[in-house]
Write a protein that binds this ligand. Structure first.
Ligand SMILES: Cc1ncc(COP(=O)(O)O)c(C=O)c1O
Length: 374
């Protein structure tokens, strides 16, 4: 057994606690849809779904689904799409395809720490660069330019970012692409929160199409409120799409038939706008409510407004370590949020608000009670 295995703390802790606490404000997506919400009284679809043979789909994804995904990316072809069991598998398989132990990867922080943890566990040479709170979560350009070098093989970004909800500006995007191009590095763009924007109805543009060496990762888990389908994808240049698929044969073989089928329906021109409108309604209504709470508690909490996703990464002005604070919250208030430690930045909490307001408000009150007594 590998002795210094780096566990994925965020996922493991959430998995243990999210169904045990009374108030779970740890999720980063909006309130999930039911099958009934998705079917929306479409009797034909219900009948068709009931008659679907639960066979293996084509293992890189059904042609129908890959065509629909490809349409979301400028100039992409269905053969460049690999459908995976969630973005988590897309990230994992892409890293295994591109990198050997010792290869250098530069990872954006704060971040969903999956890629960071994989880098540790597979002995990639790990460098990090930061979004800085004092820059409104903008990219620290000096640090970034120092980190990227001729040794950099892959730059891993998350845009819109988890946990801050920050969206890179056109200038920051250009800086990243130019730096990658200069040294021939690849960019892995985890874009699972695109579609959950607060202030615009435009989707955050993909890095796909900005540069030739891009892996664009997406998913139905966040902006489409269907995390339980376990349906994600990676869009990659032809040769790499085939290589990623070849590794997937060993890992999961494929995503599920039902996932492929319902995903194609969710991404159809009829249903896609309806799901995105639902997500934006949750995100925007939820944020207004959450922002008022932050203003009321500004003695304890400071917030840089997120631009996307149903989460905010707030700083609290108490000395207590964030993991310790969350342990207290669970034990004393039966409430779960994610500690800043799990994103590589202590003294912060990631709080989710893409849920019914009454539920969120009770959870927030409990967080406040624990914070003032810490
Ligand atoms: C940035 C990011 N990437 C990937 C994932 C995993 O997504 P999926 O459910 O599609 O595997 C998450 C889940 O929280 C995430 O925040």
């Amino acid at each position: 057994m590998k002795k210094d295995f780096q566990p994925f703390l965020l996922e493991r802790e959430m998995s243990i606690w999210e169904n045990q606490v009374e108030y779970n404000l740890s999720e980063s997506g909006v309130h999930p849809m039911t099958m009934r919400d998705l079917f929306f009284n479409n009797e034909d679809l219900i009948e068709e779904t009931l008659s679907t043979e639960l066979n293996y789909p084509q293992t890189n994804g059904t042609i129908e689904l890959r065509e629909k995904i490809a349409r979301l990316y400028p100039g992409a072809a269905p053969g460049q799409v690999v459908v995976t069991a969630g973005a988590a598998q897309a990230n994992f398989t892409t890293l295994l395809t591109l990198l050997d132990p010792g290869d250098e990867i530069a990872v954006m922080l704060p971040n969903y720490m999956q890629i960071w943890g994989i880098a540790k566990n597979f002995n990639f040479s790990l460098k990090t660069f930061s979004l800085k709170e004092e820059l409104g979560w903008g990219l620290d350009l000096d640090e970034f330019s120092q980190v990227i070098s001729a040794k950099t093989r892959l730059i891993a970004i998350c845009n819109p970012n988890n946990p801050t909800g920050y969206i890179l500006t056109p200038e920051e995007r250009a800086t990243i692409v130019q730096a990658a191009d200069k040294v021939g590095a690849w960019i892995l763009a985890d874009e699972v929160y695109a579609g959950a924007e607060h202030n615009t109805d435009e989707f955050t543009p993909s890095f796909w199409g900005d540069y030739e060496r891009v892996f664009a990762v997406g998913s139905l888990s966040k902006a489409y409120a269907l995390p339980g389908l376990r349906l994600g994808w990676v869009v990659a240049p032809d040769e790499f799409a085939d290589e990623i698929w070849a590794r997937q044969d060993y890992i999961t073989i494929s995503a599920t038939m039902l996932g492929n089928k319902l995903a194609a329906y969710a991404l159809s021109s009829e249903v896609h706008p309806r799901i995105v409108a639902r997500t934006r309604e949750y995100v925007r209504r939820g944020y207004g409510n959450f922002e008022s709470w932050c203003h009321e508690k500004s003695d304890l909490i400071s917030l840089v407004p997120p631009q996307a996703a149903a989460i905010a990464f707030v700083r609290y002005n108490r000395q207590i370590n964030s993991s310790e604070l969350v342990r207290r919250l669970i034990a004393e208030q039966s409430t779960l949020v994610v500690p800043g430690d799990h994103f590589g930045l202590d003294h912060h909490l990631r709080i989710s608000y893409g849920l019914p307001n009454d539920y969120v408000n009770e959870g927030l009150e409990r967080i406040y009670q624990t914070l003032i007594s810490s």
